[in-house]
Design a protein around this ligand. Structure first.
Ligand code: AMP
Ligand code: ZN
Length: 482
């Protein structure tokens, strides 16, 4: 089967045909860094990762671009509510950039722990304001804007296919409710490209522009940065399902108005939400689960990754600790099986892929599990079916261990469960515990360097009380359980 995605644009499964043979340009909307990512947000980034890994496994050269929103995102996607970054900075007594820096770091710590491969380009909105201004000028020159009450607006009635992605109907939009809508807007769905009259006192970050000193609307950053790094037309754009009616609809309107080219993006991929039994999870309400909160409850980041892969990205997924427990047990069993295979095959081979690695089975049963696995991924990234093929392979006692292992590790290039590393580990230490010990060892060697031997001895003693023995050697300090 050929690689196919469900394209939100046509509401159907479509074969992926890249603009340039063998290459794929992909933009995934990134986080707004005013708080920790919640586990629902992480569902979106695991999907982006699975998409990128699948494309690469199938031989595409992928450029993956992700934005970091550190300006302009209001709590309502349609210019209503508070400025998320400014509000968070005020609450925390920090500057907006400090808040952005802190949560950007936390975000990549989370994604790294979940084996999410870093995008090719990560771009911060505040570092691309000049690109946004240049794009807004193009939109203005093309006649799609008006200036009112100190802000520059996009007039949706100038763009006849406005709302196509979300199947919104222009007549209904025009007749839409106006309650609570900014009085300057000619149509309720018009949106701000550039704010100068901020509704907030002391707007922290402002820039000079042809329309006055101010700051960009939220949607323009994704148009400007994706075009900058991927060109005026590119292959795939992804984000959560909530972005269909406003954010992505507006991104299309802006980009096509600026370039005059259609379609801006060929394939739109949207993930459904992760839901709690209590309902929607929301970063702004402060009531949400994070990766560290799952760790506190005893679950590793990859348990959560496994849990996510068990659901198809286009179905809502209900989070529960019982289900996460099931994922943890399944992962443990996966590890045990891989380890047993490795013992029988004489070790864990180097990772498969471009860098060499084990020979993949070309025919026979292991090859057919692998082929079925790839077919599942080609069929709209069907991870639950792909996982079932991995299990089928590992349960099949008729396979040669070397072939089964090579096929399983190849599957893991897409699944990203770190099977080779996990199976190669001597014990099953909790990674957070290991990090804590390694942090203390580093602190002890700093103390020794600074001739603070009392502190160094104290750390050794503290660890000993926890049953950890340190052994100093030429290559550094090793630890073991005493
Ligand atoms: P934000 O940081 O709020 O801009 O959101 C980051 C990404 O997470 C966006 O693609 C959202 O659509 C997505 N998202 C937000 N909440 C959820 C959820 N509960 N489940 C899955 N994706 C979500
Ligand atoms: Zn976006």
């Amino acid at each position: 089967m050929a690689l196919s995605f469900y394209n939100t644009l046509g509401r159907s499964l479509e074969v992926f045909e890249p603009r340039k043979a063998g290459e794929a340009g992909f933009y995934g909307c990134g986080p707004t860094v005013y708080n920790y990512a919640h586990i629902g947000n992480l569902r979106a980034y695991v999907l982006h990762d699975i998409l990128v890994r699948t494309l690469r496994r199938l031989g595409f050269k992928v450029t993956h671009v992700m934005n970091i929103t550190d300006v302009g995102h209001l709590s309502g996607d349609n210019d209503e509510g508070d400025d998320k970054m400014v509000k968070s900075a005020e609450e925390r007594g920090k500057s907006v950039l400090e808040v952005a820096d802190f949560y950007t770091r936390a975000f990549f710590q989370d994604t790294e722990r979940m084996n999410i491969i870093r995008p090719t380009v990560v771009c911060r909105a505040t570092e691309h304001v000049a690109d946004m201004i240049a794009l807004i000028e193009k939109i203005e020159r093309a006649g799609f804007t008006y200036f009112a009450g100190g802000n520059l607006y996009y007039d949706i009635t100038k763009f006849p296919s406005y709302g196509e992605l979300a199947r919104l109907r222009m007549e209904e939009l025009r007749a839409g409710a106006r309650t609570g809508v900014d009085e300057n807007k000619r149509n309720p769905q018009d949106f701000v490209l550039w704010f100068t009259k901020s509704k907030f006192e002391n707007q922290a970050l402002v820039w000079d522009s042809p329309w006055g000193r101010g700051y960009p609307g939220w949607h323009i950053e994704c148009s400007a940065m994706s075009i900058k790094y991927l060109g005026e037309q590119f292959d795939i754009h992804a984000g959560g399902i909530d972005h269909v009616p406003i954010h992505h609809t507006n991104e299309i309107a802006q980009s096509e108005a600026a370039t005059g080219k259609h379609p801006w993006v060929r394939y739109w991929i949207h993930n459904e939400f992760l839901v709690l039994d209590k309902g929607k999870m929301s970063k702004s309400s402060g009531n949400f689960l994070t990766l560290p909160s799952l760790a506190e409850a005893g679950y590793e980041p990859l348990d959560y990754r496994y849990f996510l892969l068990g659901g198809h990205y286009r179905s809502q997924l209900q989070f529960s600790y019982e289900a996460l427990e099931g994922a943890r047990n399944a992962r443990k069993s996966l590890r045990d099986r891989i380890r047993a295979l490795a013992d029988r095959a004489g070790g864990i081979p180097a990772p498969a892929g471009n860098g060499g690695g084990p020979e993949l089975p070309a025919e026979g049963k292991a090859a057919s599990y692998l082929a079925a696995f790839i077919r599942a991924m080609e069929d709209d990234l069907s991870t639950p079916r792909a996982l079932a093929e991995l299990w089928g392979l590992l349960r099949d006692t008729a396979l040669s261990p070397g072939e089964a292992l090579a096929a399983a590790l190849d599957m893991d290039r897409i699944l990203g469960l770190g099977l080779a590393e996990e199976a190669g580990k001597k014990g099953t230490e909790d990674p957070d515990f290991v990090r804590k010990i390694e942090g203390l060892i580093a602190e002890r060697s700093e103390a020794k360097k600074a001739k603070d031997f009392a502190r160094a001895d104290k750390i050794r003693q503290e660890l000993k009380e926890q049953g950890i023995i340190l052994e100093d050697g030429a290559g550094g300090t090793a630890w073991r359980r005493g």
